[in-house]
Design a protein around this ligand. Sequence first.
Ligand code: WQD
Length: 338
Amino acid sequence: MSKGKILVTGGTGYIGSHTVVDLIENGFEVVSADNYHNSKASVLDGIEAITGVRVVNHNIDLADQAATEKLFASHKFDGAIHFAAYKAVGESVDKPLEYFRNNLNSLINVIDGLRKQGNSNLVFSSSCSVYGNADELPVTEHTPRKDAESPYARTKQVGEDILYDFCAKHKDFSAILLRYFNPAGAHPSGKIGEDASNAASNLVPVITEVGAGKREKMTVFGDDYDTRDGSCVRDYIHVSDLAHAHTLALEYLIGGKASENPALFNLGIGEGLTVLEVIEAFEKVSGRKLNYEIGPRRPGDVIAVFADRSKATNELGWQPKYGVEEIMRTAWNWEEKR
Ligand code: WQD
């Protein structure tokens, strides 16, 4: 018997598709809503190849209130995970209005749809970018949010605030805010991975594309920071580990275990790695030398950020299984198959 019917918005996207797989493997029924803005319908084949289940995707724009209402009229959900959003930091600087319109309207429409159904369980995708340039490392859930470094990050801050205000008024509505650090890697089966229609700009896909010869070389953005080797430090978390945290979060919500509302969790592995260490891990697992050069710092980059994940481990029972070598091995396997 199904543990419940879950709406996954952005279900064909990178983190969404891995979460769909994890939910199905853990006994949930999934309905996806995704307009393929930055994903492809073929992801549904990959999900089916792994799970044996053909997931239904509703190709709708969740920022469109009427379309979203129609979706909620056609299904009765037991909970929702809201991934669907624009996520390119650089693009958000150029198109702030588009980012606010899309990321906030869709969140409001999903909250409204759930509430009108009398459903009260929502997991929201937030980001470590809400911390801005944090004063203390690792960051805990108590580390104050600072000024957002981009409109993208601000949409996540405002999204969190909307849920704080909404839950304060509607005590029977429960939400979880998950702050992701740097998701990377691909499903170990090699059947799904990051398949964005937009050009990759994140470190790991850039590395694998250079490794595969799809790009001639890459630039390490700065080697004069105050870090172990001068390059920036991030917390890279395997996408399947991240996906599983969503299943645990939903079970926690549905089980009524949350001690605060919204409940807030950092999802990182809890270790910082430099850009050069990630490149080294790629060279080790692929046996290839990566063609890279050291370039200037990238505007907007924070120097170092990594998570204290003890809250997610203690309260959700979340234990990430994969380290950087598995991240690079699965990302490389995916790149070679694409
Ligand atoms: C990682 C490191 C770069 C590319 C962003 C969002 C965050 C999250 C993940 C998403 C940095 C360096 C990168 C390259 C490089 N959310 N780099 N050469 O900026 O930490 O985080 O994505 O939806 O909210 O802010 O990730 O992968 O772009 O960069 O040297 O060609 O790799 O400078 O230090 P970032 P990233």
